[in-house]
Design a protein around this ligand. Structure first.
Ligand code: FE2
Length: 208
């Protein structure tokens, strides 16, 4: 069994003008395809692993055979992270529901959350990702990861992510990562995040 590049559930230009069509095409068709191909190529060396889910490799990275562990970390990570990223994108969705309550409780306000998330996205040195995750206590937390490292490897459950590799924004924004991050808030699929938050057992009550 080979992993396949997931199809986008929307058109390449659906996120215009915040994320442009050319970037989406390049990012999905070329970059994500390359991660997919290299992930599959590594797994060909270990046919005994062929029935595993892609996420399982990252959750238990230390169980991956040593000769392919780094490739799985990088390209398996790239495969899973991007598959997740496409799902959380949709234009002009208002935040509502339990995730809104949880964010307000955890960060004090949506503006504070936005500030902290943006600071993390801007604080990734080089290439990586900023995430809103559920931590081990099923509470909200913002983290960043380098390269294609996944929160799954450190026991966290992804809810929201921004790709801050230059390939995610350079065509439109060049070196202006801050502008890309600011505009990213117009293309967050809060409905999907709410669904994930509830499915994964996120808490929206204050813990004392
Ligand atoms: Fe990317």
């Amino acid at each position: 069994m080979k992993f396949e590049l997931p199809k986008l559930e929307y058109e390449y230009d659906s996120l215009e003008p915040f994320i442009d069509e050319a970037t989406m095409k390049l990012h999905h068709d070329k970059h994500h395809q390359t991660y997919t191909d290299k992930f599959n190529e590594a797994l060909e060396k270990h046919p005994e692993l062929k029935f595993k889910d892609a996420e399982e490799f990252l959750i238990n990275l230390n169980d991956v055979p040593e000769d392919i562990r780094i490739v799985v970390r990088n390209h398996g990570g790239g495969y899973v992270n991007h598959s997740f990223f496409w799902e959380i994108l949709k234009k002009n969705v208002e935040i509502s529901g339990k995730i809104k309550i949880a964010i307000d409780k955890k960060f004090g306000s949506f503006d504070n959350f936005k500030k902290e998330f943006s600071t993390n996205a801007l604080g990734v040195f080089g290439s990586g990702w900023a995430w809103l995750v559920l931590n081990e206590k099923k509470e909200l937390e913002i983290i960043k990861t380098q390269n294609q490292d996944s929160p799954l490897t450190i026991g966290k459950i992804p809810l929201l992510v921004i790709d801050v590799w230059e390939h995610a924004y350079y065509l439109k924004y060049q070196n202006r990562r801050a502008e890309y991050v600011e505009n990213f808030f117009n293309v967050i699929n809060w409905g999907h995040i709410e669904k994930n938050f509830q499915m994964k057992g996120g808490k929206n009550e204050n813990k004392i």
